[in-house]
Design a protein. Structure first.
Length: 67
């Protein structure tokens, strides 16, 4: 997978030794899946996220399932 910038890559691929579920880790900011695209994780105890269309670090347009 190719990411728009190093910050997006680092955050989308972040894995935590303490929290196997990315939604449980307070350090995980970005949700990414090939099926669902990109989102900002909402740390409310669930698995919610807000879909995003632009990279929060470099501003690049993110690929979507429509592309």
């Amino acid at each position: 997978m190719t990411f728009c910038c190093e910050m997006m890559k680092d955050n989308a691929e972040r894995r935590c030794d303490e929290h196997p579920d990315p939604f449980d880790c307070p350090d995980n900011l970005i949700f990414f899946s090939l099926r669902d695209g990109y989102g900002l994780i909402i740390h409310d105890g669930g698995s919610s996220y807000i879909a995003i269309k632009y990279c929060p670090w470099c501003g690049a347009i993110l690929p979507s399932d429509d592309d």
